[in-house]
Design a binder for this molecule. Structure first.
Ligand SMILES: [Fe+2]
Length: 365
């Protein structure tokens, strides 16, 4: 006999209770992920630190003069006879050996800014950077601009300048942020592009890495722009897009994490000009760009979807940066978009630290 309406209601009620219990268990499991790194990190000083009482003042506009503008174009203080250069693609990415970042003079750092702007991504091998201590690391990065203090990510205790990237079997912020029901974990973005003055020459040094995997994908927004027809380029120039920190802050609040500064939204030109190389670049990314200013919703979605498709399918203007002990990757966040590749088993630890100097208010094309 078919169940009565009352019986159906009771069954549904039971199903609701089961669903609620499952949800509660899931939340409990997720909350246990937070702040519980496995023992054995090679550099415990840099383990992610989350203090929900930590607060920052709103970021103020500052004058910026790019280090690359002071550089000698021949780069005699950066590259020498011991240096080997291996270009990964004609458009971006150069692997460098025979240069020690920690030993560079001010002139050498200026030339590093210029070279990072020209090649977009520099992969320095065999660096002692991870062992020179937090104060010296910050001093070097500060040469390029004031260092962004991340509003939500793990930092190092007492050193909010460090943005810690960390994953192991029990600590997986990526999974928490993006969920676990995706067919891939690619997540293209340009770091903190929501800032009024987004970052330029960005440092990323590895502390622990899996035996295989854990690379970073990068693409050139300069080459992505060049591929468009002159007519289409003309249509994009002059447009502005909103970049937002709201989703990132909301995600941190949901997990009981810090929001050290109220989330900001900024309007940036869709095509920006690099202040040193003069190259034009698209400046959008799926991570933080939300809508085109002045367009209706569907128009904005239509254009952004096309541009994201163009960027992410452009394997002929993308590279993968790989990591070995001592690797430091330096990229220019103004002209690149990147994604972590989370292709390694969760029993491996991947631990890295980013220093993110901020630069000029983006220059429209
Ligand atoms: Fe990033």
């Amino acid at each position: 006999m078919a169940p009565s309406v009352a019986e159906l209601a009771a069954i549904n009620n039971g199903a609701d209770k089961v669903a609620a219990a499952k949800e509660s268990l899931k939340q409990k499991e997720e909350s246990q992920i937070v702040d519980a790194p496995q023992p054995g990190a090679a550099y415990p000083f840099y383990l992610p630190h989350f203090d929900v009482t930590e607060k920052f003042l709103p970021t103020e506009i500052f004058e910026h003069s790019d280090a690359g503008l002071r550089a000698n174009p021949a780069k005699p203080n950066l590259l020498n006879s011991n240096t080997t250069l291996h270009h990964l693609s004609p458009y971006l990415g150069t692997e460098i050996t025979g240069v020690q970042i920690s030993q560079l003079s001010k002139e050498g750092l200026d030339e590093l800014a210029l070279y990072a702007g020209e090649r977009k991504v520099l992969i320095f091998r065999d660096q002692d950077f991870k062992d020179i201590g937090p104060d010296r690391q910050i001093e070097i990065a500060r040469h390029f601009g004031p260092i962004q203090k991340h509003p939500t990510s793990g930092n190092a205790k007492g050193y909010p300048e460090f943005h810690v990237v960390y994953r192991d079997a029990t600590h997986d912020r990526f999974k928490e942020y993006l969920g676990d029901d995706r067919v891939n974990r690619t997540s293209w973005h340009s770091d903190v592009s929501y800032e009024k003055q987004p970052p330029s020459t960005t440092f990323f040094f590895i502390l622990d890495q899996p035996d295989t995997g854990g690379d970073t994908l990068f693409l050139s927004q300069v080459e992505a722009y060049r591929r468009l027809s002159p007519e289409f380029q003309k249509r994009l120039e002059g447009l502005r897009a909103v970049h937002s920190a709201v989703a990132q802050a909301d995600a941190s609040r949901r997990r009981g994490g810090p929001v050290r500064r109220e989330p900001v939204e900024s309007e940036h030109p869709l095509v920006r000009v690099h202040p040193v190389t003069g190259e034009k670049a698209l400046y959008i990314n799926p991570g933080f760009t939300r809508r085109i200013v002045g367009f209706k919703h569907e128009e904005s979605e239509y254009l952004l979807r096309f541009l994201y498709d163009h960027l992410t399918k452009g394997a002929d203007f993308q590279i993968r940066a790989s990591y070995r002990p001592g690797t430091v990757v330096v990229w220019d966040n103004r002209v690149t978009v990147h994604s972590a590749i989370v292709d390694f088993d969760s029993t491996f630890r991947r631990h890295a630290v980013r220093l993110t100097p901020q630069a000029e208010v983006p220059i429209p094309a």
